[in-house]
Design a protein around this ligand. Structure first.
Ligand code: NGS
Length: 359
């Protein structure tokens, strides 16, 4: 009897359970509740876009950013960001675009030219850039990815002063940027155009840059409203240099600091590789732009102001005028497309990547 009751009870229970499940799974209300629950689950736990935890992360990184920009040293933001989910993750969180004009801009900031500044101090100050000279804001998506390419030979004093000035300048602009110094075998005459071409090719292998800024190491921008980004036409940026009394020395000048997109560079085949020694490669580039019906853009001269660091005048190339004259005959064969070189050294320093080549 007891057993029978038990069986009966079981049977009743099973029968009730079956009918409950059937009713549950056939009810449209169940599916509505299920979908609503899933939406909430995804919104709060999987996609952190508006969730509390994501906002907290933004607050932390913003605070760190401000500390770096205005008080100097802080905890290692790059490391923090890499270990956190906001940076370089295989499934990156979609961050809001940075504002068109960064809130961190301060306007005119006279460059500090202290050639005796200690390397350690420069490194410690910008501890934030711990990715071989690569920085990007952690709170927002930078509007442009910029490769800053500096042709280099021997001027280590300038390099220190330059890095000390340019890193906070670019950080304030909320750019996703990396700095490359490109050097040539000591036995070969300096060749700015060729080094800029190498910088373009090497940096392009690493990252999908939107903009390439070709920058002399002896030029320090004085006003951070001079935005280091590219436009739909090539830009000449060092418009007003103190050495020239803040006036353009001649209308077609394209030297010092200039900005071009990948398409613009490829369209004109980059710089000529033929200008060994000082001078002329930028004038040849101006001719390339004109030859390809491109327009040169320049920012306002009260914003694009630069301090030039003092140095010994390099030996001018005596053949430069002849090369400029015949330049457009070579434009198709002489440039980034046909450049052959060998990498001698590639060093990843915390504040920059150094590449030495030979041809
Ligand atoms: C011109 C050079 C350019 C150079 C510019 C400014 O004379 O390559 O001076 O140089 N052109 C020729 O020599 C044909 S700067 O004083 O800024 O070093 O960029």
């Amino acid at each position: 009897m007891v057993e029978k009751h038990g069986q009966l009870k079981n049977e009743v229970f099973v029968t009730n359970k079956t009918s409950f499940c059937r009713r549950l799974f056939t009810s449209p209300r169940f599916y509505i509740v299920f979908v609503v629950f899933q939406v909430f689950f995804i919104a709060f736990f999987i996609y952190p876009g508006d969730s509390e935890s994501y906002n907290q992360m933004l607050v932390v990184t913003n605070q760190q950013m401000e500390e770096v920009l205005f008080n100097g040293t802080t905890e290692n933001l790059c490391l923090f960001a890499e270990t956190g989910s906001l940076w370089n993750s295989s499934n990156p969180v979609k961050r809001p675009s940075c504002p068109i004009i960064s809130p961190y801009l301060v306007g005119v900031k006279t460059p500090v030219v202290d050639l005796s500044i200690d390397w350690e101090d420069v490194f410690a100050k910008y501890d934030v850039v711990r990715c071989n000279g690569h920085f990007k804001p952690s709170s927002c998506q930078a509007r442009q990815k910029v490769a800053l390419i500096v042709p280099f030979r021997d001027r280590y004093g300038h390099l220190k002063v330059f890095l000390n000035h340019i890193h906070p300048f670019l950080m304030r602009q909320q750019l996703d940027y990396k700095i490359y110094f490109i050097d040539l075998d000591d036995d070969i005459l300096f060749n700015r155009g060729l080094l800029l071409n190498v910088g373009f090719l090497e940096s392009s292998k690493e990252y999908n840059y939107d903009c390439y800024i070709f920058h002399d190491v002896d030029l320090l921008p004085e006003n951070d409203h001079n935005l280091y980004r590219c436009s739909d036409q090539p830009r000449h940026m060092s418009v007003a240099v103190d050495k020239f009394n803040y006036k353009l020395p001649y209308v077609s000048i394209f030297g010092g600091v200039s900005a071009m997109t990948k398409d613009q560079i490829l369209f004109v085949n980059g710089f000529s590789n033929k200008f060994s020694g000082w001078g002329g490669e930028d004038d040849d580039m101006f001719n390339r732009l004109k030859f390809h019906n491109m327009t040169l853009m320049r920012s306002m001269d009260d914003v694009s102001t630069y301090k030039m660091l003092k140095h010994k005048q390099s030996h001018p190339n005596p053949k430069r005028f002849k090369l400029i004259k015949t330049g457009m005959k070579r434009v198709k064969q002489d440039g980034v497309r046909n450049l052959e070189y060998e990498i001698l050294k590639r060093n990843e320093f915390p504040l920059y990547t150094y590449i030495k080549i030979t041809i």
